[in-house]
Design a protein around this ligand. Structure first.
Ligand SMILES: [Zn+2]
Length: 347
C-alpha cells in the first residue's frame, strides 16, 4: 500500500481562490485539509472534490471565502475546516483515476478496506473528531438531469434541518456505504448536497448561498422539521448494469439500448410498464438491482417483455445518467420511495 499524504494547513494562499479545480493538484500536491479560524467554534466542515469532475463545490466555497476576505485575511463568522479531496482526478477532469478507488466510498463505515485512501479518510475523521464540528457539508454534482437536493444518512432532526435548508427535496440513504456524510454524521449534523450538473451557474450559486448561510448559523434546530417543509425520499435500491452487458444510450444495436433522454425520468413517479430500455432478442433481465441489505431484487422492480425492459411496480428513480462512464464506474440510478410518513421516527 503506497502511502497517501494528507496535507494539513492553517493558511490559505490567496492565489488559490483564483485557481480552478483542475489547477489545485499542482499547487496542493494532493488531498488537503485547511483549518481557517472564524468568530465561532466549532468549525463547519466542508468537503469538495470527493469526485474530481464535480467542480461546483470548489467554485462555491472559493466564492464564499472571497466574500469574507479582508486586508489582513479572512473574517469568517464561524471557523471552517475545508477538505479538498481528489485533486489528481480534478486535474484529469474525471470522477477518480483508474488506479484510485472512489473517494466517496472509502470513509469509515466502508464495505471495502486496505487502500491508502481508506487510511487518509480515517485520518480526516480522527482530526475532526478531536477538533469537533458544528456540521458537515459534502458538495457534489451529478451527470443527469436531477433537481437540487440534499441527502442524509440518519433520520435525525438536526441533519434534516440542515438538509431542508438547501431545499424541500431530501433523500435518505444508507447505501452505498463509505460516503463522507455517513462518516461525518457520527460527529455532528451531516449532509451531502447534489447541486445539479457540472458547469451550471445556478448550482454553484445555490451551494454558495447555502454555505454562506451555514457559516452564519448560530445553532441548528433540534426540534422536528414540519412535514410541509420537506419532501423526504428513501433510497430502496441501487441499479447497475453488469460489466458483461453491452449497452448504449440512443443506439439500436447494443444488447441493451437506453433512450437518450432516460434522465428525464429522475424524481418522477413512474407507472407500472414504463419503458427503460429496448433489448436485443434473447436478453434476460440485464440489470443488477440490490436492496439496502445488498440482496438481488431485480425481479421485484423490472421485467423484459417482448424485448422491452419495463418497470413492474411503481418506482421513482434518481441519479439516472446518460454518461456511460458513470454507469460503469458507479451505477445507472437509484430507486426511491416517498418517506414523509417516517418523519415521526426521526430522533
Ligand atoms: Zn459525486
Amino acid at each position: 500500500m503506497t502511502e497517501l499524504l494528507l496535507h494539513e494547513r492553517e493558511d490559505m494562499p490567496l492565489s488559490l481562490l483564483e485557481t480552478p479545480a483542475s489547477g489545485l493538484h499542482e499547487i496542493l500536491g494532493g488531498p488537503t485539509l485547511f483549518h481557517l479560524a472564524g468568530r465561532r467554534e466549532p468549525a463547519l466542515f466542508v468537503s469538495v472534490l470527493m469526485h474530481g469532475n464535480e467542480t461546483g463545490g470548489w467554485d462555491a466555497i472559493r466564492r464564499v471565502l472571497r466574500r469574507f476576505l479582508r486586508q489582513d485575511g479572512f473574517d469568517l463568522p464561524r471557523s471552517l475546516s475545508l477538505f479538498i479531496g481528489n485533486t489528481a482526478a480534478a486535474e484529469a477532469g474525471v470522477r477518480h483515476l483508474p488506479q484510485q478507488p472512489d473517494f466517496n466510498r472509502v470513509w469509515p463505515g466502508s464495505e471495502t478496506e486496505g487502500t491508502a485512501e481508506h487510511a487518509l479518510m480515517r485520518q480526516v475523521v480522527d482530526i475532526m473528531t478531536d477538533r469537533e464540528i458544528f456540521a458537515s457539508v459534502d458538495v457534489h454534482n451529478n451527470t443527469g438531469r436531477n433537481p437540487h437536493y440534499a441527502c442524509v444518512n440518519v433520520l435525525e432532526h438536526q441533519s434534516l434541518h440542515l438538509a431542508a435548508l438547501f431545499g424541500r427535496t431530501v433523500v435518505y440513504f444508507v447505501r452505498p456505504r463509505g460516503v463522507t456524510s455517513m462518516a461525518m454524521a457520527a460527529l455532528g449534523p451531516s449532509v451531502t448536497l447534489e447541486c445539479g450538473k457540472v458547469g451550471q451557474e445556478h448550482g454553484v450559486e445555490h451551494a454558495e448561498e447555502y454555505l454562506d448561510a451555514c457559516l452564519h448559523l448560530s445553532e441548528i434546530p433540534a426540534h422536528p422539521v414540519p412535514t410541509h417543509d420537506i419532501e423526504l425520499f428513501h433510497t430502496v435500491a441501487v441499479v447497475r448494469v453488469p460489466a458483461e452487458v453491452q449497452f448504449s444510450f440512443g443506439g439500436k444495436t447494443a444488447q441493451v439500448n437506453f433512450p437518450l433522454n432516460l434522465d428525464a425520468m429522475n424524481f418522477r413517479e413512474l407507472p407500472v410498464g414504463s419503458l427503460i430500455a429496448e433489448c436485443a432478442p434473447g436478453v434476460a433481465l440485464p440489470l443488477d438491482v440490490r436492496d439496502e441489505q445488498d440482496r438481488h431484487v431485480a425481479e421485484r422492480y423490472f421485467k423484459v417483455e417482448d424485448g422491452r425492459l419495463v418497470t413492474r411496480v411503481p418506482v421513482m428513480p434518481s441519479m439516472l445518467t446518460g454518461d456511460p462512464l458513470v454507469v460503469r464506474q458507479d451505477c445507472l440510478c437509484y430507486l426511491m420511495e416517498r418517506y414523509n410518513d417516517h418523519l415521526g421516527d426521526a430522533g
